[in-house]
Design a protein around this ligand. Structure first.
Ligand code: BTN
Length: 322
């Protein structure tokens, strides 16, 4: 009996007795008990009360392909080749990269949990089960790496657009592509590439969006963060948010090569959290101080320093406000 069955039964947040669950699944109470231990190991808050049974506090919305597809626009639907919904994976970007080496443009991968979620600059992306969004998309480009300049920044703009559809206000972007709410990180974006850097290449666009975090996961995050559930009034449906994200992101990927970052630049500038602020740019061992002046047409960050204006591309650069 897959654990998914138990999660589905308990997802309503109501109490279910071990006997009832066993009857439904056609297995013994002991078998149910063993599976429930596995559910707990995933970090899901399981309550057990003698005489009442088991319940997942607050219920749980599992990711479902049909629900994600139901919320897709006709243009996103037409561009998507596959929506691959997974339980526990190492990293959706890793899975997508494996697909990308043999093409697979339009492959979409989501998961309930990542055991080795990848962040920028080799960092770990905390990815507990069933509470956030871990999304990766494969897209093929023909103009090589040069045509992709600014793509990761444009993805940030699309994430903000998607979230504004459910009434999220006050979002900002931190170069190159952190999505912030009130200065705290709400979402992160990681692009990886394979193929010919001078010709046809596949890009994996990974988006991690915080919604809620169990206490144990919160303790692992080493930067100020925020979850979507604390910035919107209504209960957040992960399936719905995934559809909204795909409705913005897939058409963006489809037409990025034609328009480039220029189409998104002014919107990016208006969302820039650090515009005209004193910043420190960390580039390897170097720390460069200056005033942030937004981005140029290629998405490079412009900083006025004592030695004149300097341009920084993505990669290993990090930025903080003084
Ligand atoms: C960052 O450091 O800000 C980027 C975080 C990107 C996390 C997402 S979660 C989905 C996808 N799979 C990964 O392993 N990473 C990205």
């Amino acid at each position: 009996m897959p654990i998914d069955f138990l999660l589905e039964a308990l997802s309503d947040g109501e109490f279910h007795s071990g006997d009832d669950l066993g009857r439904l699944a056609g297995v013994s109470r002991t078998a149910i008990w063993k599976r429930l231990k596995k559910v707990e190991e995933l970090g899901i808050p399981l309550i057990s009360i003698k005489g009442k049974g088991y319940c997942i506090e607050g219920g749980l919305e599992l990711l479902r392909e049909n629900k994600i597809r139901d919320g897709l626009s006709s243009s996103a639907k037409a561009l998507i080749a596959e929506v691959d919904v997974n339980g526990v994976v190492t990293s959706t970007n890793e899975l997508a990269m494996q697909k990308a080496v043999s093409g697979n443009s339009g492959y979409i991968c989501v998961a309930e949990q990542q055991t080795s979620g990848r962040g920028r600059r080799g960092r770990h992306w905390v990815s507990p089960f069933g509470c956030n969004i871990y999304l990766s998309m494969v897209w093929e480009f023909t103009g090589g790496a040069a045509a992709l300049e600014g793509l990761s920044l444009a993805v940030g703009v699309a994430v903000v657009d998607a979230l504004s559809k459910i009434g999220v206000k006050g979002l900002q972007l931190k170069w190159p592509n952190d999505v912030l709410h009130d200065g705290k990180k709400l979402a992160g974006i990681l692009l990886e590439m394979t193929g010919d850097a001078a010709g046809t290449c596949q890009v994996v666009v990974g988006v991690g969006l915080n919604i809620t975090m169990p206490d144990a996961s919160q303790a692992q995050i080493d930067q100020p963060w925020v979850g979507l559930s604390s910035v919107v009034a209504e209960r957040v449906s992960r399936n719905e948010v995934l559809s909204l994200l795909l409705n913005e992101l897939v058409p963006l990927l489809d037409d990025f090569e034609m328009h480039g970052f220029n189409k998104y630049r002014s919107q990016w500038q208006s969302l820039d959290a650090f515009q005209n602020k004193k910043v420190v740019v960390k580039l390897g061992a170097d720390e460069i101080e200056g005033v942030s002046r937004g981005v140029d047409v290629s998405g490079a960050l412009i900083v006025d320093t004592s030695e004149g204006a300097r341009r920084f591309n993505g990669g290993e650069v990090s930025l903080r406000v003084v």
